[in-house]
Design a protein around this ligand. Structure first.
Ligand SMILES: Nc1nc2c(ncn2[C@@H]2O[C@H](COP(=O)(O)OP(=O)(O)OP(=O)(O)O)[C@@H](O)[C@H]2O)c(=O)[nH]1
Length: 163
């Protein structure tokens, strides 16, 4: 198992924001280590593989684990990756949509291969984190921009164009 650490920059409302991204393993046997990494995180991206039903089922376990271990109010985002592999799809978009709705979180289908929706996903999570922290810091006048952010454009939220 490896744990990658990367910096990703997103631009929101003309402001550049650096995200510190930790890529941890999803396998059950590494759960203790992974949990130590996401404790204290502001956002968590849960990724399954649309061609692998098990990976989707595993999301339920992670949801539970996050509820038990993550900081209260942590932003979560569900991603169905490998959407470039439509022919091998095992997990319907509707299934994931339903799960995301049940947990009150956003959902995108992405492709790390074609970069489809990858920027959108990071952008959306960063916005949600900012919106939340902006709300909490309502008395802090030095950060007016975070309270001015609007939710991301819903029109593209669930699209994974395959053309
Ligand atoms: N077609 C396609 N292949 C992908 C995509 N994303 C990842 N892969 C491939 O899937 C395989 C696994 O990718 P990893 O990034 O190692 O997956 P992981 O779940 O992070 O693996 P661990 O960190 O070991 O748990 C690699 O061969 C990738 O090239 C995608 O969007 N489309």
């Amino acid at each position: 198992m490896r744990i990658d650490f990367k910096i990703r920059t997103v631009e929101i409302e003309g402001k550049r924001i650096k995200l510190q991204v930790w890529d941890t393993a999803g396998q059950e046997r590494f759960k203790t280590i992974t949990t130590a990494y996401y404790r204290g995180a502001m956002g968590i991206i849960l990724v399954y593989d649309i061609t692998d039903e098990k990976s989707f089922e595993n999301i339920q376990n992670w949801m539970k684990s996050i509820k038990e271990n993550a900081s209260a109010g942590v932003e979560r985002l569900l991603l169905g990756n490998k959407c470039d592999m439509e022919a091998k799809r095992k997990v319907l978009k509707e299934q994931a949509d339903k799960l995301a709705r049940e947990h009150g979180i956003r959902f995108f289908e992405t492709s790390a291969k074609s970069s489809m929706n990858v920027d959108e996903a990071f952008n959306s999570l960063a916005r949600d984190i900012l919106l939340k922290s902006g709300g909490r810091r309502s008395g802090n006048h030095s950060k007016p921009s975070s309270t001015d952010l609007k939710p991301s454009d819903k029109k593209n939220t669930n699209k994974c164009s395959l053309g």
